[in-house]
Design a protein around this ligand. Structure first.
Ligand code: ADP
Ligand code: MG
Length: 644
């Protein structure tokens, strides 16, 4: 306790007695703030100059005014009151009790008695204050935690339920108090045959904490079943005696759903990996077939029938290549490969597919800006955006309507760029897809890009479409704006940076093969797949390159050293049995820094080397490729130095 003198207000209508009390209190080391003789004066003094304690005569004048004053002071100012009384008739004492006094002192005053009563009252009041604060803290804590908490006494009867527990069980604290906890906290198991442990019983029996985390279902007051996780722990007093049990539990329905989605997602990923793996091997086979047909075709000019057959083989190979491309896209393993492309052409090429997708109930309109600027984009993912948005539009128009795809130029100013978080000033190509469907309210709009957010029936929607689009657009350094109102349709605007038109060397498909042929340049070609290697060796030699072929990195290094590094181009598969094509390229670059590199793979996404390939910007050729593409790439690679 602090050493400051405790302040006491004396309320006593008999002046002489009041003075005497004051003297005694001061002798005992207290400070008397005031001595007053009426209830009004007492209340006023307690308010303006609050004491630590009030000594109050019950009888003020001829009435028990002290009782009223004490009640008022106790309730309004929370100051402890000790009654002074000369006599103690039953009725007065009964009323005095209601004012919850902290003590009585009988007149005439005994000094020791005064001191004891005052000290005990002050102490009691201080303790009460601390207890109250502690209780308040505890109850706000219990109220504000999200977990449901039920406490019981040592016999397992409910003592309290916090609001979360009330909500989850459906029982109000008021109704539940005193009931056996097994009535309020009823649980069963997912697996009905399995015996369900009674957590409170176990704690009461063993004094140990228990947790039931697997498949416990809470049965609410109404009889609904909710999946929960729960823990029960003993409550002990200072001496370690078991005083009751605290049960903490939470709703895990959402978590269960999330687990389910995660399982689904990882299943998809597994399928993706499998699909990607098959696509990889398949690409190697296709490369060999396509290469051979390309070699045969020119030889068959005189045999139109056979020429036609071989041509058909080649067309089928192209179809198969398209299929593996889709597989790789689905498996999400394909890294983005940015190229300069014309959005209008891409849309035109997709028109058939979109038509089929939306069905004939829905009209399809294209409003494409002529002379549209090109964009740097990944063709596959852009196609995916178009398909996903068209599918969403279709789903939004079950009774028919119009789907419109627009392209336009938009110039964003500094001030406009502040209207949207991801926007920035500059020239953009805007791809706009609108429907006249059901539209969306604000609440849905806020969540549409969340993965797994869907308003569609189970099995109809995955909630991944827009999440994927969001990621793709972000990867393109663009952004999406959505406008929609219930029953007024929706518009998705996608902004992608416009690039000024300039010819791309790689895109020069119009050069005749003749012009792409080599001039006796020396190529070291590394490929582990025998068929591909043999075919390429033939092809490159026919195209007037001096070709050396190796099946792995070790062999390549041997040839490189034997030939004194006299090569213009290292053309290597990324996945080699002994070492990666990237590591090989690096080794050779160290020996001969100005040599040209060209890497190839049918399976870029799965290669852990892909990041390196991109970082170092090695020229890259994706399998399967046509002869023309190969020759173009070789030309491009030879025009470029690694340190450029
Ligand atoms: P999914 O199509 O599988 O539900 P998405 O991510 O593509 O997942 O879309 C999420 C949600 O956004 C949809 O369930 C739907 O509520 C809403 N939505 C998307 N596009 C439209 C649209 N064109 N019109 C109305 N609502 C849409
Ligand atoms: Mg969708």
């Amino acid at each position: 306790m602090n050493t400051e003198k405790k302040k006491i207000l004396v309320v006593e209508d008999e002046h002489i007695i009041a003075m005497e009390i004051q003297d005694r209190l001061e002798d005992l080391g207290y400070h008397v703030t005031d001595t007053v003789g009426s209830k009004q004066a007492a209340i006023q003094s307690a308010e303006t100059n609050p004491p630590d304690l009030v000594l109050m005569d019950i009888m003020l004048g001829n009435e028990t005014g002290g009782l009223d004053a004490a009640e008022y002071i106790h309730v309004h100012f929370d100051i402890p009151v000790v009654f002074l009384t000369a006599y103690s008739d039953k009725k007065t004492l009964a009323r005095a009790k209601q004012a919850e006094p902290y003590g009585y002192i009988l007149k005439p005053l005994d000094e020791r008695e005064v001191s004891t009563a005052v000290e005990i009252s002050l102490y009691k009041h201080e303790m009460e204050k601390q207890l109250k604060a502690h209780k308040e803290w505890l109850s706000t804590t219990l109220k504000s935690i999200g977990d449901a908490v039920i406490t019981t006494d040592r016999w397992g009867s409910v003592v309290s339920l916090n609001p979360s527990a009330e909500k989850l069980t459906g029982w109000s604290q008021q109704d539940a108090i005193g009931l056996s906890v097994n009535k309020v906290f009823r649980i069963t198991n997912d697996n009905e045959t399995e015996w369900v442990k009674d957590p409170v019983g176990i704690v009461l029996d063993t004094g140990e904490s228990v947790s039931l985390t697997n498949n416990t279902l809470l049965i609410t007051k109404k009889g609904d079943k909710i999946a929960i996780d729960d823990n029960a722990a003993p409550i002990r007093d200072d001496h370690g005696n078991l005083n009751g049990v605290v049960l903490v539990f939470r709703n895990v329905e959402d978590k269960k759903q999330l687990d389910e989605q995660l399982r689904q997602a990882s299943k998809m990923q597994a399928i993706g990996t499998l699909a990607g793996g098959i696509a990889h091997d398949f690409n190697n086979i296709l490369t060999a077939i396509r290469g051979n047909t390309e070699l045969i075709l020119p030889e068959l000019k005189q045999m139109p029938v056979i020429h036609q057959f071989i041509q058909e083989i080649q067309d089928s190979v192209d179809q198969a290549a398209e299929l593996t491309r889709k597989l790789l896209l689905f498996s999400c393993s394909k890294p983005f490969s940015f190229e300069t492309l014309d959005l209008n052409t891409l849309i035109e090429n997709m028109t058939d597919l979109i038509f089929r997708l939306i069905g004939d109930q829905i009209q399809f309109k294209k409003v494409l800006l002529p002379e549209l600027s090109s964009i740097k984009a990944d063709r596959d993912t852009l196609e995916q955006i178009l398909l996903n948005l068209s599918m969403n539009a279709r789903d939004a128009m079950p009774k028919g309507g119009t789907l419109t795809i627009r392209t336009k130029h938009v110039t964003i100013s500094e001030s406009q760029s502040r209207m949207h978080a991801e926007a920035r000033p500059g020239h953009f190509v805007c791809l706009s897809i609108s429907d006249t469907g059901v539209g969306m309210n604000k609440k849905i709009l806020e969540r549409i890009f969340e993965p797994f957010f869907t308003t569609k029936k189970h099995g109809k929607g995955t909630g991944l479409g827009l999440a994927v689009i969001f990621g793709i657009v972000k990867e393109h350094r663009g952004w999406i704006e959505v406008r929609s109102k219930p029953s007024e349709g929706s518009t998705f605007d996608i902004y992608l940076e416009a690039i000024p038109k300039k010819p791309d060397l790689a895109a020069q498909t119009d050069l005749p093969i003749q012009a792409l042929r080599g001039n006796g340049e020396r190529i070291l070609f590394i490929e582990d797949e025998t068929k591909v290697r043999t075919f390429m060796e033939k092809t490159l030699s026919k195209s007037n390159f001096v070709t050396f072929a190796a099946a792995n990195a070790k062999e390549a290094m041997e040839i490189f050293e034997r030939e004194n590094g006299n090569f213009d181009l290292i053309f290597s598969d990324v996945e080699l049995p002994d070492e990666s094509g990237v590591a090989l390229a690096e080794k050779i670059l160290k020996i001969k820094p100005n040599i040209h590199i060209l890497l190839t793979s049918g399976y870029p996404g799965y290669s852990t080397k892909w990041a390196d390939i991109q970082k170092k910007a090695y020229p890259f050729l994706e399998k399967p490729y046509s002869l023309v593409t190969l020759l173009q790439k070789i030309r491009l690679a030879m025009s470029k130095h690694q340190n450029e």
